[in-house]
Design a binder for this molecule. Sequence first.
Ligand SMILES: Cc1cc2nc3c(=O)[nH]c(=O)nc-3n(C[C@H](O)[C@H](O)[C@H](O)COP(=O)(O)OP(=O)(O)OC[C@H]3O[C@@H](n4cnc5c(N)ncnc54)[C@H](O)[C@@H]3O)c2cc1C
Length: 437
Amino acid sequence: MNLVWHRADLRTHDNPALAAALRSGPAVGLVVLDPNILNGTSARRRAWFYRNVAALREAYARRGGALLVRSGLPWEVLPRAAAELGVHRVFAVRNSTPYARFRDRKVEEALPGRTAWSHGQYVQEPGEIVKPDGSPYTVFTPYSRRWWAAPEAELPEAPGRFPPAALPPGHDPGSVPDEPSDVPLPPAGEEAALGALEAFLSEGLPLYHQARDRLDGSGVSRLSCYFTLGVLSPRLAAQRAMRAGGEGAHKWVGELAWRDFSGDLLHNFPHMARSAFDPRWDALPWADDDEMFGAWLEGRTGVPAVDAGMRELRATGFLSNRARMVVAQFAVKLALLPWQKCERAFRDLLLDGDNASNLQGWQWSGGLGVDAAPYFRVFNPLAQAHTHDPGGAWLRRWVPESGGRPEPYGRPVLDLEAARRRYLEAAARIARAKPRA
Ligand SMILES: Cc1cc2nc3c(=O)[nH]c(=O)nc-3n(C[C@H](O)[C@H](O)[C@H](O)COP(=O)(O)OP(=O)(O)OC[C@H]3O[C@@H](n4cnc5c(N)ncnc54)[C@H](O)[C@@H]3O)c2cc1C
């Protein structure tokens, strides 16, 4: 018997690890509740994960298969499960965050020669799109040129009925915790995700290129919470969108390239999980001010676009990309809050929270050296609201005290113009002092 270890691939469609396991005989699925991941995150994100594990278990059961759930450190749980069940080989879709690579190395050591890894978390795997000299890209545009030129993957068929796997009599499949969430969760599971994809392709995709920048997020797919846990295959989504065609499709699939670029950056430059991508920016005069941090996190800075974003995020677990850029730029460039602390808190509020995309998003917004984003481009949150929430409906919804107007209200925590000058002076000093190596 084989074991399919599901991690960020909580699906049966386009799952090359599952397909490979079933090709070589009966298989059971396994999800490990890893304390190193689950203890360090928020209740809403755990709840979202558990609901999707429960949905995967149902998807297995509908096909006559079994999905086991075990708690503990994967490098201890997997060898134990392999011995108990008489497992020949463990199949898994590769992940490439620093922790995932450490974890998977330890599992390989514990089960030498008995692990098999497949692609499938990204459209193009981290580490595979390289410059002609074999080195990694650090700027998105040339990366994306090669990304678009890469051949389309052939996707495995979704499995039909699973061949019966002989589990030991009285075997405990393990239970999926049912943790409450402080925000309403979207419908869980791959059927819901595939349905949401189809709805977006027919309704949202044709106008995506025009509507994607709205601060209220009404022009985007909201599929990210499914991509993050691999409930929806990004390869399948990209292929379906490209078949639909048009400018909207091209732009949308280009965003999946940004997702891949984020994974690629973290894979090649793991230091970006701790420090600025370009380490010169670590020298900015960070202001570790608890009051300012609390005001930003709770949406009471007195700057409507920032407060609307943080309040929406806290209340729903989602925020449009445009609003993410506005709140992150405010935190890093205007308030000079330590970006790592903000990135962490922000990730825990997002249902789609993802190490690679969040680190890329924060470092890009903060001008910390990711891509070609210049440090001197500082978003004006008033102008952003004016342009991307023209009637003020989004501001009125989340910050009624602003009256839907983008100008600061009440007693703002900082003077935007003075903060902009302070940042630009400090950043220019750093940029002048030491050219990037
Ligand atoms: C500060 C900041 C933090 C972010 N943190 C995360 C995060 O933790 N998890 C996450 O999935 N995305 C993150 N993003 C990227 C992006 O904002 C979200 O993926 C997007 O808003 C999700 O909404 P959607 O599914 O409707 O996207 P759509 O506009 O419909 O795009 C389709 C898909 O493309 C991918 N995508 C879109 N934009 C980006 C981008 N800029 N970078 C990487 N992938 C992208 C997502 O998987 C998304 O679901 C962050 C961006 C910023 C600026």
